[in-house]
Design a protein around this ligand. Structure first.
Ligand SMILES: NC(=O)c1ccc[n+]([C@@H]2O[C@H](COP(=O)([O-])OP(=O)(O)OC[C@H]3O[C@@H](n4cnc5c(N)ncnc54)[C@H](O)[C@@H]3O)[C@@H](O)[C@H]2O)c1
Ligand SMILES: [Zn+2]
Length: 371
């Protein structure tokens, strides 16, 4: 659904130790890429667009190439297969070799055109190629708003997700919201889960904004999505700027993720990241409820909002047998935040406020999951 928007994108300035950058959110950004990228690109150097292969037939790669043409003559493109499997060292190696074949050097810029997978693997390749060259994020999924702020890039190992990575902030994030129109509903819902999380952990007004507009957001209203992304990016940026290297407050971003990551690990491929986090948020809120520390109203509002966002809120019974719950707990213990036999959770108190509880009894977690 296309609604009327002013021409200029919304702009968010991010302060990062490795250098400040802007996040531009709006429509018609790809075809005008030269305008927005001019301040960060060297017109005499090469640019490599690393894109999700699924985007070529949607026309986004052409739009970006044409958008750069007025200022940049050396534009190369290379496709990456869609899907989490591309976040691998093997894929990064293929990218390095494509960079060399195209004659890239230290002045060159990598443009990551795609969702969180492309941002992570192309960003990782940029962070490590020739000890680090500049990169620009051009997110095309709703979830990637979370991935494009915070400067973390990574690939997976067979042993686990994001085990090899770097901090490498982009020079610019160019968010063309019109690309979200082709996103399947469940992928849009996946990104919405992170925005709802940002509301719960830090920004009550964001939560209320999503509540008020949920139906139109789910339907893909571009203007509402632009505002949603702007506000959700702002929360992530605020938290990350307080704690770039993940020593303290940044941990609150893990609300819903202790259980969510375990679900993703056990039910690989069954749930999108956001769907797993949605279920995680509901169970983790139940834990807070059992501990008597959450405002009753929050639990109800969260559940209703997630349902309206077309997200799952519970694991089906077959995924909650005694054995299945034990396996989930094993994964939670393996989670880097786990200490001893009690588990560590970010638990909500009231909208906009969460706290870290490092000693949640495992039996309580089992009871909540089995309920
Ligand atoms: N670095 C970070 O801080 C950070 C934060 C959150 C998530 N992540 C990572 O992000 C990844 C998940 O990101 P994602 O959900 O964007 O996944 P994704 O990149 O795999 O994209 C999801 C699917 O949507 C398709 N797609 C992308 N754009 C599209 C469009 N405009 N229209 C139609 N289809 C489109 C892709 O081909 C893919 O099949 C995970 O690997 C996660 O670890 C990283
Ligand atoms: Zn997440």
């Amino acid at each position: 659904m296309q609604s009327h928007l002013e021409q200029e994108p919304k702009q968010l300035h991010i302060q990062a130790q490795q250098g400040d950058y802007d996040v531009l959110i709006g429509v018609h950004l790809l075809e005008n890429a030269h305008r927005f990228l001019a301040p960060v690109l060297d017109p005499t150097a090469s640019v490599m667009i690393v894109y999700d292969e699924a985007l070529a037939k949607l026309g986004y790669v052409d739009r970006m190439v044409k958008g750069l043409a007025p200022m940049q003559s050396n534009v190369y493109t290379t496709a990456v297969q869609s899907g989490e499997a591309s976040k691998s060292l093997a894929c990064a190696e293929e990218l390095y070799r494509a960079f060399i074949a195209a004659g890239l050097d230290r002045r060159s810029t990598i443009i990551a055109l795609g969702g969180g997978v492309i941002g992570d693997v192309a960003g990782f390749a940029a962070a490590t190629f020739m000890r680090g060259i500049p990169f620009v994020q051009v997110p095309t999924t709703l979830l990637a708003h979370d991935a494009s702020i915070g400067g973390k890039v990574a690939v997976n190992l067979p042993e686990g997700k994001n085990l090899v990575g770097a901090f490498h902030a982009p020079r610019l994030v160019l968010y063309d919201v019109s690309t979200l129109e082709s996103l399947p509903l469940y992928e849009r819902a996946s990104g919405l889960a992170e925005a709802i999380k940002h509301g719960v952990i830090y920004d009550k007004e964001l939560f209320v904004f999503i509540e008020e507009h949920i139906d139109h957001i789910v339907a893909g209203d571009t203007e509402l999505l632009t505002t949603l992304l702007y506000r959700s990016c702002k929360v992530k940026a605020a938290i990350v700027s307080l704690d770039e290297r993940e020593a303290g407050i940044r941990a609150i971003l893990n609300f819903g993720h202790t259980i969510g990551h375990a679900i993703e690990a056990v039910q690989y491929g069954v749930y999108t990241h956001g769907a797993a986090v949605a279920i995680g948020m509901v169970y983790e809120t139940q834990i807070a409820r059992a501990l008597g520390m959450v405002e009753e109203e929050l639990a109800d509002r969260l559940l209703i909002l997630l349902e309206k966002a077309q997200l799952p809120t519970k694991l089906p019974a077959v995924q909650r047998t005694e054995e299945a719950i034990s396996t989930l707990l094993e994964h939670m213990r393996r989670d880097k935040k786990a200490r001893s036999r009690s588990l560590s959770f970010i638990l909500p108190q009231h909208l906009g406020s969460v706290i870290l509880n490092e000693s949640v009894d495992e039996d309580l977690v089992k009871r909540v999951l089995a309920d």
